[in-house]
Write a protein that binds this ligand. Structure first.
Ligand code: ATP
Length: 263
């Protein structure tokens, strides 16, 4: 069962073309979208969530064309958290997370009814930010901010969440903390999660499925542990590397030309 299917996607931006993309995103699993900088990962995510209209091609969600969903139905079905680039207005963490409930607001009703408040408490607990609920968002550390932003996306209670680089700007411990959290939420709730990731080792450690783009085209898709080979790294990233397995997980050892070992 697929949560998302995209077929024949084309987008021409002059200097950049997304060409002939056919992908399926399995329902209830963790999917990574990988590929070099500028290969079209964020562009594809924006097309999947209907923020960008492709020149050609179709996106279907739960077997139904994306265009057939009303705005309200769509906002209850799929959401996307963009990259952590923009600065947010001065809000408490609870106020920020409550933005996720906006698609459920009915006219003349307050934004936070009893049901909304229960959902906010639940998603803040899942993401481990309950103790920061009344703190100003901008006073949180990068890792805490990312968890608060993810809580906002979860508060929208969609079946599918798309995350654009959820671990970028985080130190290694916080990267794994966020990936662990997403994995746990996926396994406990069956939420379909699609993430743009740069770290292939994280993709292999946590994701069930991987979609690789190269220069605006689909280069490969499948289980990350099956896709990750020396040839894959060379073909997609143009870099020589050796993959070694540490237990179940691949470790990428790059061949760095002219590297003298740090001395
Ligand atoms: N709004 C835009 N207008 C014009 N060109 C854009 C726009 N957004 C992205 N692009 C271009 O489209 C191409 C693909 O960008 P995109 O952000 O999708 O790549 P990406 O794989 O997500 O890259 P990164 O890993 O660096 O975030 C790039 O050449 C980029 O400059």
């Amino acid at each position: 069962m697929n949560a998302i299917e995209a077929s024949g996607i084309q987008l021409n931006r002059g200097h950049f073309r997304l060409e002939d993309i056919h992908i399926s995103v399995p329902a209830g699993q963790l999917t990574a979208i990988v590929g070099p900088n500028g290969s079209g990962k964020s562009t594809l995510l924006r097309i999947l969530v209907r923020l960008l209209q492709p020149d050609q091609g179709q996106v279907s969600v739960h077997g139904r064309p994306a265009a057939a969903y009303s705005l309200r139905e769509w906002s209850h079905t799929i959401t996307m958290l963009p990259q952590l680039k923009e600065s947010l207005p001065q809000l408490t963490v609870r106020e920020l997370v409550a933005y996720g409930r906006a698609p459920y607001k009915k006219r003349f009703q307050p934004l936070q009814g009893a049901e909304d408040r229960a959902i906010l408490d639940q998603v803040m607990q899942w993401t481990g930010i309950s103790m920061y609920a009344e703190r100003m968002f901008h006073t949180l550390s990068g890792g805490e901010q990312q968890r608060a932003r993810i809580a906002m996306a979860l508060a929208q209670q969609t079946d599918i969440v798309l995350l654009d680089e959820p671990t970028t700007f985080l130190d290694i411990a916080h990267q794994f903390e966020v990936m662990d959290m997403l994995h746990r939420i996926n396994r406990e709730t069956g939420l379909t999660i699609v993430m743009v990731l740069h770290d292939l080792q994280q993709a292999a450690a946590y994701c069930d499925y991987m979609i690789a783009l190269r220069q605006g085209r689909l280069a490969a898709c499948g289980h990350p542990l099956e896709l990750l080979t020396d040839d894959f790294i060379r073909d997609i990233y143009g870099m020589n590397a050796t993959i070694q397995f540490k237990g179940k997980y691949p470790v990428i050892l790059p061949e760095i030309p002219h590297h003298s070992g740090g001395n």
